[in-house]
Design a protein around this ligand. Sequence first.
Ligand code: KG4
Ligand code: ZN
Length: 333
Amino acid sequence: MNSQVKLLAIESSCDDTSAAVLIDGRVLSNEVAGQLVHEKFGGVVPELASRAHQQHIVPVIDAALKAAGVRMEDLNAIAYTQGPGLMGSLLVGSSFAKGLALSCKIPLLPVNHMDAHVMAHFIDDPKPQFPFLCLVVSGGHTQLVRMDNATSMEIIGKTQDDAAGEAFDKSAKLLGLPYPGGPLIDQYAKEGKASRFQFNTSKMPGYDFSFSGLKTSILYFVQAEQKKNPQFIKENLADLCASIQETIVGYLLKNLKRAALDQGIKHIGIAGGVSANSRLRIRVQELANSQGWQAYIPDFQYCTDNAAMIGITAHYHFLSGNFGSISDRPYAR
Ligand code: KG4
Ligand code: ZN
């Protein structure tokens, strides 16, 4: 049988340049080039990110095509991240995608980055059943998304200030850890006692989240303890990480559980960079087991930013004839 949908997907919304090739919804390659240049600044520097994308985009696309054994002329559409993200970063991927599509005379498929994080669940089997409730937790967003079919996404809750990833990264910064601190908190927490310290979280209306109170609570506590003992952080790093992680994960899951119970949803999942967190992965599975629900936890390679998730979202757009045009503009939010 001849293949129908051969896509090249490009992701460049933040600080990872990624390209993937999909044939009929099957991921044949998924190349990612990260950017270490931001580490010493304690966060992503937009101008440096966009310059690094320019350096990485050709080799990454080349590698993705080679790994898949697919040539440019075999493709029948180009997918790219339209937004949200850093404007300078998005412009590199979107301009490149448009240039390729024009020169190959094939259509464009613009993709929303947050939709793509949820759609990462539709790469491998078993795919979620509907209604599906997904907690999307990344460096820029925190959302509870309800899906009733493969193309409808309803945001029923979101953060009113920081994203969950920012809560991890900013807490890590307070502890003197480098950026991005989320994975380091996860790592140190493995040796720590999660019940050792308590931090405050804020109850928000509906299914919304807020992380600014938590950040202040950690800051005041750590500052007071450091005054008494300048070695406090160093001597208690593992317990601090475990306690902060448990607080963030517990807060996220409380809303997810309440929303699922209220709406009678039995298929729940996590997505986005923070879904790589080992404690969140364990606790969402425990929640599902305790309620008789099904939990969907993405493969590690599909948690953080990657082009495979852009490709699978574009695959469904392709099937429903939902193409973009050369005049589509990237959007930051
Ligand atoms: O989805 P993503 O790769 O990029 C955005 O779209 O923002 O998410 C990046 C975020 C960062 O805040 C990073 O610290 C966090 O995901 N992260 C983690 C872990 N791995 C990545 N946070 C906690 N534990 C982890 N293991
Ligand atoms: Zn992301």
